[in-house]
Write a protein that binds this ligand. Structure first.
Ligand code: GYE
Length: 313
């Protein structure tokens, strides 16, 4: 009896959310506009929604979890068909996602994961394998110093504290270099995924440590900010200090091709088209894979030169 009543209540929900034109409505809560990656991701989501005829309610959280929670609550109040979001940090989502579940609005995680053990709070998670990206960065570094015994002093610019890409890239990189004790992370701090913060923190690293051999930055933008700091300190990025980053957005690829970055592990921001397919499927009640991993590659300086002319972002 109870189950039947529940179903009846569910089928009474107005289809199409607040739009009365019969279009599917998607509420999307974006992290912010902190990096070139994010800008490309936003564009991909907006263009793909338009192409799929999906009515997109887009909200920018300016890197604040409280703004994302507010946006999700407002999507629930507006009775959107599907909610998608890229969680700024991993923890603290259970309450608001339970509200979405109560309201029978399916949720899709894009780009970043949450750490809740309750996987019924979302339908699927579409995005990169950040641990693998960190592994790839570490493996490249290990190869560069093969056969050498001198200590290698590494500084690390972490992404946003508590975010899935910062946690996982740190771990992925750390696991690989831990196998050889010559690799030493002499300083590791957050640069919040931005150019300005990357520059500021690198300036502090350079003041505190005279003998930095390698910079591992969790994204291109922080690496680009750090390049400015390194040049201002009279050193040559890519030569005096080897630089490894993640993303492979246009400016990062340009710096790689110019010899200022040494290696980039790609993280694709072009999630829009796949996301719209998933939105349609979950709305139709079709089953979807719980985890969908993005296809990615890596770039050396030579590969960046070859890829740049065709690069879309
Ligand atoms: O690497 C960084 C952005 O979550 C994968 O967020 C994304 C990361 C990306 O700010 O540039």
């Amino acid at each position: 009896m109870i189950a039947v009543a529940g179903l009846a209540a569910c089928s009474k929900k107005e289809p199409g959310g607040s739009s009365d034109d019969g279009k599917l409505t998607l509420g999307f809560s974006q992290v912010g506009a902190e990096s070139g990656w994010r800008t490309a991701n936003t564009k991909s989501v907006q263009e793909a929604a338009a192409a799929a005829g999906i009515d997109l309610k887009f909200s920018d959280a300016q890197q604040k979890q409280e703004n994302q929670i507010q946006a999700i609550r407002s999507f629930i109040a507006q009775k959107v068909d599907v909610i998608a979001f890229s969680p700024v940090v991993e923890s603290g989502w259970d309450a608001v996602l339970n509200e979405a579940k109560e309201a029978k609005i399916p949720v899709i995680l894009t780009d970043r994961a949450i750490d809740s053990p309750d996987t019924s709070l979302y339908q699927t998670f579409l995005g990169s394998d950040f641990i693998k990206e960190g592994n790839l960065a570490g493996e490249w570094l290990v190869k560069q110093y093969e056969g050498k015994t001198d200590p290698v002093n590494i500084v690390e610019l972490q992404g946003t504290t508590g975010s899935a890409p910062a946690n996982d890239r740190k771990k992925g990189f750390g696991d690989i270099i831990a196998k050889d004790s010559k690799f030493k992370v002499v300083a590791s701090q957050t640069g919040d995924f931005t150019r300005a913060k990357g520059k500021e923190v690198m300036e502090a690293f350079l003041k505190a440590h005279q003998d930095i051999d390698v910079l591992f930055a969790h994204n291109d933008d922080m690496g680009l900010g750090a390049i400015e700091a390194i040049e201002a300190a009279g050193k040559k990025p890519g030569i005096d200090i080897k630089i490894i980053t993640i993303d492979a957005v246009h400016d990062g690829m340009q710096a790689l091709a110019d010899g200022k970055i040494n290696f980039i592990a790609e993280c694709s921001p072009l999630l829009g088209p796949q996301l719209m397919e998933l939105v349609k499927k979950v709305k139709n009640g079709e089953s979807v894979e719980k985890r969908i991993v993005t296809n990615e590659t890596t770039f050396t300086q030579e590969q960046a030169k070859a890829a740049l002319p065709e690069r879309k972002y």
